[in-house]
Design a binder for this molecule. Structure first.
Ligand SMILES: [Zn+2]
Length: 343
């Protein structure tokens, strides 16, 4: 891993199989800081809400020639001032959480500093492609990078969440294949519930051991791809290592290879399902601090198309009650996904 500092002090880390020693080129200029991020307590939901004024200034769907995640060239500076790289990680220019955060004093409401960290992971120096088309070695490297970031950030922060948003339909502002890592200054309520459930009982191991074969998509010695019987999104797909590990940082090389194979197949399957790129949110669920001995990691893909031209929206019932309505039962979703050919 090569460590580089961008103007303004933001960290840029280059991960790869080959040594990266190219001298840096031009970098995008820093922008003046916007409203400092901070947290406000929601007294009814009993959870923090994060506010970040600077996020409105984000780059929005630039033309490929102006993509800030493509390698920098003469006369075209980018976030990554090198002509090539494998996987690049840098501190987000528009963070929702930042070390510099301070809590504002506001009447009648509890506030706190949003002193976490937000990183961007650029999966490739190629503007096109994605998790369904990368080489298996690149996907294995990505799983290793997730693990490396969780190890480093987990030392300082109670909860680390790697994720990928894909598709304009769900608000992606840059097409270049990339994901993000949020290191939270607190443990979010939802993550706490999942971790506590696993501390009380080995929920994921039981799920794997007792899985109805009709929900299985891929069945390998070291990992599985499946539709969970309690899926909240149509065609939701999970990739799960058989062995209980708290996160990708604890996977063995052969387990990483298995996860990479299943990750690629799962994304391809979703892309082929309606013969168009599936908009999705991919979440790497890993152990919050203190739950490392009971948590079983999963990679969860939540697709946003319930039919070829029908988006899944979180509407009145979901927003109002938190209860998900799903119109494709998991058994039927798995049957349709298994029927997809041409992987
Ligand atoms: Zn690009």
């Amino acid at each position: 891993m090569r460590e580089h500092h961008l103007p303004g002090g933001r960290e840029l880390l280059l991960y790869g199989r080959v040594l990266h020693d190219e001298p840096p080129g031009e970098t995008l200029p820093e922008e003046p800081p916007g409203v400092a991020p901070h947290l406000r307590w929601h007294p009814l939901q009993r959870e923090w809400v994060a506010y970040s004024g600077s996020r409105q200034g984000r780059t929005f769907l630039p033309q490929a020639a102006a993509c800030p995640l493509c390698p920098a060239r003469e006369g075209k500076p980018g976030e990554i001032p090198f002509s090539s790289f494998e996987i690049a990680v840098f501190e987000n220019r528009f963070p929702a959480f930042a070390a510099s955060s301070v809590a504002p004093l506001l009447p009648g409401i509890e506030t706190a500093p949003a002193s976490g960290r937000c990183e961007v992971i650029v999966f490739s120096d190629d503007h096109v492609g994605g998790l369904g088309s990368f080489s298996l070695d690149r996907l294995a490297l990505l799983i290793e990078v997730w693990g490396a970031r969780i190890s480093v950030l987990g030392e300082k922060f109670p909860y680390v969440l790697p994720f990928e948003n894909r598709g304009e339909e769900i608000g992606v502002t840059l097409h270049h294949p990339h994901g993000q890592v949020y290191a939270f200054p607190f443990l979010p309520a939802r993550a706490a519930r999942a971790a506590e459930a696993q501390m009380e009982a080995p929920v994921i191991s039981r799920l794997i051991d007792g899985i109805d074969p009709t929900l299985l998509l891929d069945d390998e010695a070291e990992a599985l791809a499946l539709v969970p019987p309690f899926a909240t999104y149509p065609y939701e797909t999970w990739i799960v290592p058989r062995r209980r590990v708290p996160g990708p940082q604890s996977l063995q090389p052969s387990e990483i290879e298995a996860m990479a194979r299943l990750l690629r197949r799962s994304v391809r399957r979703l892309d082929l399902l309606f013969e168009k790129p599936m908009p999705y949110i991919l979440i790497v669920q890993t152990a919050p601090r203190g739950f490392e001995n009971s948590f079983h990691m999963t990679i969860e893909i939540r697709p946003f198309l319930r039919d070829r031209d029908k988006l899944k929206y979180l509407a009145g019932v979901e927003q109002g009650s938190g209860v998900f309505l799903v119109d494709v039962p998991p058994e039927l979703a798995a049957e349709r996904l298994r029927a997809v050919g041409g992987l």
